[in-house]
Design a protein around this ligand. Sequence first.
Ligand SMILES: O=CC(=O)O
Length: 341
Amino acid sequence: MTRPKILLLGEIEHAHDAWKAVTDTADVVEPKATNRDEFLAECKSGAFDGVSAIYRTGESAAVTGNVDVGFLDALPKSIKFICHRAAGYDQIDVDACTAREICVSNVPTAVNDATADTNMFLILGALRNFPAGMAALRRGEWRGGDLALGHDPRGKVLGILGMGGIGRNLADKARAFGMQIRYHNRRRLDPEHEEGAEYVDFETLLKESDVLSLNLPLNPSTRHTISKDQFAIMKPGIVVVNTARGAVMDEAALVEALDSGRVASAGLDVFEDEPRVHEGLLRNDRVLLVPHLGTYTIETTIKMEAFAINNVKKAALEGALITIVPEQRDLEAKLLEGRDF
Ligand SMILES: O=CC(=O)O
């Protein structure tokens, strides 16, 4: 029997044992390309013919670009699975994959704790104005007068926009700090999973939250969910934090809202055009900035890699996935129908 072929886009950083179990049973090919044009030319040269599954990291987009129509059109027809090593898969045009009968997986659960930890750090740091105090100290001004005078989390309303795995994990952590949890989601959670969190409409969440946390995925319909009009109705003095994706919020509108004082402070792990960060955020000591470190721990990276590796292994060896992205869930049986593994 011929060994299955996997295309590796990016690196396996930590889960080497799990990866060895893949290379024992499948052949792995890696591109030589150093930029997108070279990658597309390499695809078209036949270098990846016979590959059935791709393992990719978000960082690999620096060479290949996003998984868009141009990328998919260049791939050999043998490719039927793309296993992405991250929770957010905004780099992947899932509709275009579906049209080509390519199944997509992400890493949905392994990221929850580390991302929610980062989220809580941003909430505390932004509420307490720690960045202002830290910047004053480095300027030799100790606390910088009352610049760093902050607020306690206890008793504050935390509005969570997007109550998925990370949002629910964050709610658990924030309860321990005495915060009142409200949330808005496309669909209300089953009340037994709410654990006291109150479901409110989007407008109420904006108008009544003391802290707004963005925990929704980025896709074409969630881009700039928070923009000028939304800032205009937020509770004055609100704190805004984002560990989801930069583009769910209009960054320029956030800078204006910070400058006008509508938003008192912000905590951001993600940016619209990473690694570029808006000048208006860099110069503002009331913004706590973290360079997309939400999941960046050894333990979580190992869990994420192992999860994606298990998906690509099952894809290459059995022609199926352990998890498929929600957009394709109802289509899975149809997409896999008639495949010959
Ligand atoms: O940002 C991190 C992830 O999407 O996993």
